[in-house]
Write a protein that binds this ligand. Structure first.
Ligand SMILES: [Fe+2]
Length: 177
């Protein structure tokens, strides 16, 4: 289950109901998928063949279809990052700049970990959402955010798009960050 840290106060929000309640207040979609459905070898693999990726998508097909129908997502794929990823350091540097998109950024973590830092309402300010396998998050369109990995530097996630071609990061200069 995801856990949240408010950057202003370092207060931590944990527990399913508290996390769901907070993210709902901030307009961030959050749900949790059952990763025990995933074959064991895929729960800890970060270098994936096309067959592995297809297996992950097949395993979560009902969850993906449901999410896609509810929010208008049209296509999806798998992203895997680890120390085996060429230029991981450069990629992470690029990721860690506050930006916005003209559509939702949707990630369902199927292995590993990640953190979305998101700009909440005036009272909340920026907060970190620490994600574990099964966590599904959608950063709303035009919401300043960035993504990074944790110390283990590895993640596998399903990405869902309305229009993958339009999914571009627009830098967001924020004196409040
Ligand atoms: Fe983004």
């Amino acid at each position: 289950m995801a856990s949240i840290v408010l950057r202003k106060t370092l207060d931590r929000i944990s527990g399913e109901e508290n996390v769901k309640h907070f993210l709902k207040e901030q307009g961030v979609l959050y749900e949790h998928w059952d990763t025990t459905k995933l074959p064991e070898y895929l729960r800890d693999s970060f270098i994936l063949s096309d067959e592995d990726k297809a297996k992950i998508l097949e395993t979560f097909d009902a969850d993906i279809q449901s999410l896609a129908q509810r929010h208008g997502y049209k296509n999806w794929d798998i992203v895997a990052l680890s120390d085996a990823t060429p230029n991981l350091d450069e990629l992470l540097k690029k990721f860690q700049q506050v930006h916005v998109h003209t559509e939702d950024e949707v990630r369902a973590i199927t292995a590993g970990n990640g953190i979305f830092t998101i700009k909440g309402n005036q009272a909340a300010g920026y907060f970190d959402v620490e994600l574990v396998p099964g966590d599904v998050i959608s950063v709303p369109v035009n919401t300043p955010h960035f993504f990074t990995l944790v110390e283990n530097r590895r993640v596998v996630a399903v990405r869902l798009f309305i229009d993958a071609a339009a999914w571009v990061a627009h830098p967001y200069e924020d004196p409040e960050f």
